[in-house]
Ligand binder design. Structure first.
Ligand code: G3P
Ligand code: CA
Length: 339
């Protein structure tokens, strides 16, 4: 084929991609009628989690919301990082070899923002073995990524909203508020103030604020008085069992707009790769709560399912969840489009 025709074809493909992914206004709604794609730590299946590069890619791949796990630096700046530690996703061991606490961990809260900005982010490794968690993802130690502040990430998403005409939302998670309180910081107040500075105020704001600690999520509504949409996260461990009882869900419905349960809270594995579907989605919907489970990964499928598309069909169209956290926003979008 002549070279110029190849270019024509490439340009047509690019225009189609833009039409499909970038220029169609998407008004994310807090209702049960729209299936929401929440990019988990950005497009973390393709680029190191919680980097601005992963955020830009998630945006371009069609996410409706992009998630930020938030922790604080020593100078009280909210930064986007999954852990209160630095040692599983950065080169902190090499740069600050003598700054670990006696437990052998390097804590974000012990470092200033200026220090944190000197670190390089890489794919996540396992504690102990330091083996990479997802071996087929972006190579460890390659390229040059840094830890973003929450403000930088919001500015990137809001800037893209301006330049594309879309309305992608943010989905910050307050990480370990009890730990931050012990260290002398009120992470909820700091983050809510920052969200307000960037225009996220009131029940219609294009944001969900999420947290695993139920007392603290409740406090956001009742003591700190936020009117923003709140999501109560529900982990897979026994400590969260009380939250999925009738009384637990009644309580959540009194302060939150939705729940973010682990996938296994909705579908559990039974002997012989069989599966059991719980009543959680039905019970949550009865109480007016949206349901946004985590985490849909094509490289970490539950044993009861054969492929990613089937997983999406099961949760979204058979069971009826309202949105989901995924490391692969394009794959979720593609699975939706097959309906
Ligand atoms: O916040 C939803 C999901 O991200 C919770 O799990 O551990 O990835 O923050 P984690
Ligand atoms: Ca999270």
């Amino acid at each position: 084929m002549k070279k110029k025709y190849v270019w024509y074809i490439l340009i047509i493909i690019a225009v189609l991609c833009c039409a499909l992914n970038l220029n169609v206004p998407v008004q994310a709604q807090h209702t049960n009628s729209q299936k929401m794609i929440i990019a988990h730590r950005g497009a973390s299946g393709y680029l190191p989690e919680h980097t601005l590069e992963a955020v830009a890619m998630a945006y371009a791949l069609g996410a409706d919301f992009i998630e930020q796990d938030v922790v604080l630096t020593r100078d009280g700046t909210p930064v986007v990082l999954h852990d209160i530690y630095l040692d599983l996703t950065t080169n902190v061991r090499e740069i600050f070899p003598h700054r670990a606490r006696p437990d052998g961990r390097w804590y974000v809260i012990d470092f200033t923002l200026a220090e944190i900005k000197t670190l390089q982010v890489s794919e996540r490794v396992q504690p102990g073995t330091r083996m990479v968690v997802f071996p087929t993802r972006f190579p460890v130690g390659k390229s040059d990524f840094e830890i973003p502040t929450l403000a930088e990430e919001i500015e990137l998403i809001q800037g893209l909203n301006t330049s594309t005409g879309r309305n992608v939302g943010i989905y910050p998670e307050l990480k370990q508020p009890a730990f931050h309180t012990r260290e002398g910081y009120d992470i909820g107040k700091i983050v809510l103030d920052m969200l307000a500075e960037y225009g996220y105020e009131g029940p219609e704001a294009n944001v969900y604020v999420q947290c695993f600690e139920p007392d603290y999520t409740q406090r956001l509504r009742q003591e700190l008085g936020t009117k923003l949409p709140l999501v109560q996260l529900i982990g897979a461990g026994r400590v969260y069992d009380v939250l999925v009882t009738a009384a637990g869900l009644d309580l959540i419905a009194s302060y939150a707009n939705g729940i973010g349960p682990a996938l296994s809270r909705i579908v559990s594995e039974k002997a012989g790769n069989a599966r059991k579907i719980s009543e959680l989605v039905t019970q949550a919907h009865k109480r007016g709560l949206v349901v946004h489970p985590y985490t849909f990964r094509q490289d970490e499928l539950p044993p009861y399912i054969q492929n990613f598309d089937e997983l999406i069909r099961l949760f979204f169209f058979d069971i009826g969840v309202d949105g989901g956290f995924t490391d692969f926003p394009d794959r979720m979008k593609n699975a939706f489009s097959q309906r």
